[in-house]
Design a protein around this ligand. Structure first.
Ligand code: BTN
Length: 271
């Protein structure tokens, strides 16, 4: 635990009809000294950003596109764990909204939330070390597909994505109560993180781990492909893979996909 007590987060909420990216705007505000807990919410993003330089398709008014400026009272080295902390918060939020389908929610390391293998939400955490005139901060950007119908997704991801509406058949009563609820869940999880309860949050995360025990391929940032069985993230947030020779690999980042099992080649069969 860092420091002696937990303060309530009380930053302002900035609302935009349209913006380039809520993460970019939150970063600009943080660099100008925005308080811990500041929230940036937009109905539409012209260049919503995903992990590894990908785009986050942000159909206007269909989803929740939110970024939080956080200055958690933990060591800066531990900021790397915030994606997992936020993952638990978003999972709790979605479970509440999904009701009887809550058990279908899974977390795919490091930042995806899935319902039966389809992506419903993503997290983009971007930390900034102490800089000229500002204390360290981390921007936690969260995108959740809410009202999307199938045709609201770009065609290349349409079969891989889902939304609250597609899962429940019900349209939530507006985005604002969802923003408030998401904010509350995130604040609770970050407060637990600051209280030294990361092990409990990690245990909850692991209980929803989509990849655990599955054979996966990881395309590392350097382009190298590592194949192995996923063993889940450890307490530093790093994912472990065990390859067929029993060797363990640490995965710090990179794109993960389930390895496609090739059928065994029969003796004498042309390959
Ligand atoms: C991912 O799945 O790769 C992360 C997606 C994060 C998207 C959210 S939407 C709100 C915030 N603003 C951004 O530009 N990105 C994040």
């Amino acid at each position: 635990m860092y420091g002696g007590y937990i303060m309530k987060r009380k930053g302002r909420l900035f609302f935009y009809q349209q913006i380039d990216s809520t993460n970019l705007q939150a970063k600009r505000l943080a660099e100008q000294g925005a308080q811990d807990g500041t929230v940036v919410w937009a109905l539409d993003q012209r260049c919503g950003r995903g992990r590894l330089g990908k785009k986050w398709a942000s159909a206007a008014g269909r989803g929740v596109y939110l970024s939080f400026v956080l200055r958690p009272r933990v060591d800066f080295a531990d900021y790397a764990r915030i994606t997992l902390v936020a993952g638990v918060a978003v999972a709790r939020f979605l479970k509440k909204e999904l009701g009887e389908s809550a058990e279908k929610i899974a977390l795919k390391w490091p930042n995806d939330l899935l319902v039966e293998g389809k992506k419903i939400a993503g997290i983009l955490a971007e930390a900034a070390a102490p800089g000229a005139g500002y204390t360290p901060f981390v921007i936690v950007g969260i995108g959740v597909n809410i009202f999307h119908e199938r045709e609201d997704f770009p065609t290349d991801i349409s079969s891989l994505a889902t939304s609250l509406f597609l899962e429940t058949g019900k349209k939530p009563q507006g985005l604002q109560p969802l923003v408030r609820s998401l904010q509350q869940h995130l604040h609770n999880c970050v407060a637990d993180f600051e209280r030294g309860l990361f092990p409990q949050l990690l245990a909850e995360w692991r209980g929803m781990d989509y990849l655990y025990g599955k054979k996966i391929e990881c395309v590392a940032v350097d382009g190298r492909v590592v194949t192995g069985v996923a063993l889940g993230p450890d307490e530093t947030g790093v994912l472990f893979l065990e390859d067929s020779s029993g060797c363990r690999h640490e995965i710090l980042s990179g794109d993960l996909r389930l390895a496609i099992e090739k059928p065994p080649v029969k003796q004498g069969q042309d390959s």
